[in-house]
Design a binder for this molecule. Structure first.
Ligand code: SF4
Ligand code: SF4
Ligand code: SF4
Length: 252
């Protein structure tokens, strides 16, 4: 079994905004691309174009329809990857020491050359954040793009996780959640960021920002025609520049 560090110097992680995520899966594709072309064994697919296809992903987005106590149902898109837990059961269960948590930044990684593919860590993770690669027989998980964030061969603006760099709705943020003054910690404080399944006692570093309540129609008792604003009569007489142009052309 493998021990966790008593304390880490930083708590690097992600803050994911469930209010602005639009479920586009761009983060899923950029994660798969970067982690297939770079660090460790590529993320394999099986029968990719067949009916019973499967594959290895480090980040997946699930979509749910949620009915709040008051108001209309909302569609919530929920991206899920490793949360780099402080008290990570996937590490302590590992029989070879392949799974470990880094002292310097708190990132949880798998040393693939020591992984025997027993799958114990995937069973221990309550979030389903680890996937055994079927082609390579090694355990895969989010690396927090450790090969990007410190990579001096990349332009400075690219030294952040691929999923964060790609997200078109700015729903993903990266930083040190152990520093109360960091931008991510302040965002969590402002928006009431939450631990995922705190009852599991894993102390996840990644945080989720809850969706804001949606607007309600002022007169919800009456039928509302959403097309009405587009069916307003349009002006029949040209105005401004078009009026001048119209009059000028009439002279010819
Ligand atoms: S989310 Fe799962 S895989 Fe990631 S550190 Fe926590 S227990 Fe381990
Ligand atoms: S941080 Fe990197 S490895 Fe983790 S989900 Fe994002 S793109 Fe994938
Ligand atoms: S890229 Fe951003 S908006 Fe799209 S699914 Fe991922 S987190 Fe959501």
């Amino acid at each position: 079994m493998t021990t966790l560090p008593a304390k880490t110097d930083k708590k690097l992680g992600l803050v994911i905004d469930l209010d602005t995520c639009v479920g586009c899966h761009a983060c899923v594709i950029s994660c798969k691309g970067w982690n297939t072309e770079n660090y460790g064994a590529p993320l394999s697919d099986q029968n990719a174009y067949g009916a019973d296809n499967s594959g290895t992903f480090l980040n997946r987005v699930h979509s749910y329809e949620v009915q709040p106590d008051v108001g209309a149902a909302q569609l919530i898109h929920f991206p899920k990857s490793c949360l780099h837990c402080e008290d990570a059961p996937c590490v302590t269960v590992c029989p070879t020491g392949a799974s470990y948590k880094r002292v310097e930044d708190g990132i949880v990684l798998v040393n693939e050359s020591d992984c025997i593919g027993c799958g114990l860590c995937a069973w221990a993770c309550p979030y389903g954040a680890r996937e055994l690669d079927q082609a390579e027989g090694v355990m895969k998980k989010c690396t927090l793009c450790v090969d990007r964030i410190y990579n001096e061969n990349l332009p400075e603006e690219d030294r952040e996780p691929a999923c964060v760099r790609t997200c078109p709705s700015n729903a993903r943020h990266f930083g040190d959640l152990g520093d109360p003054d960091s931008a991510v910690s302040q965002l969590v404080a402002e928006r009431g960021g939450m631990d995922l399944m705190p009852e599991q006692g894993t102390k996840p570093v990644n945080q989720y920002l809850p969706p804001r309540p949606k607007d309600t129609l002022p007169d919800a008792g009456h039928e509302f025609d959403v097309l009405a604003p587009f069916l307003e009569p349009i002006a029949t007489e040209p105005k401004g520049f078009l009026s001048w142009l119209d009059k000028t052309l009439e002279k010819f």
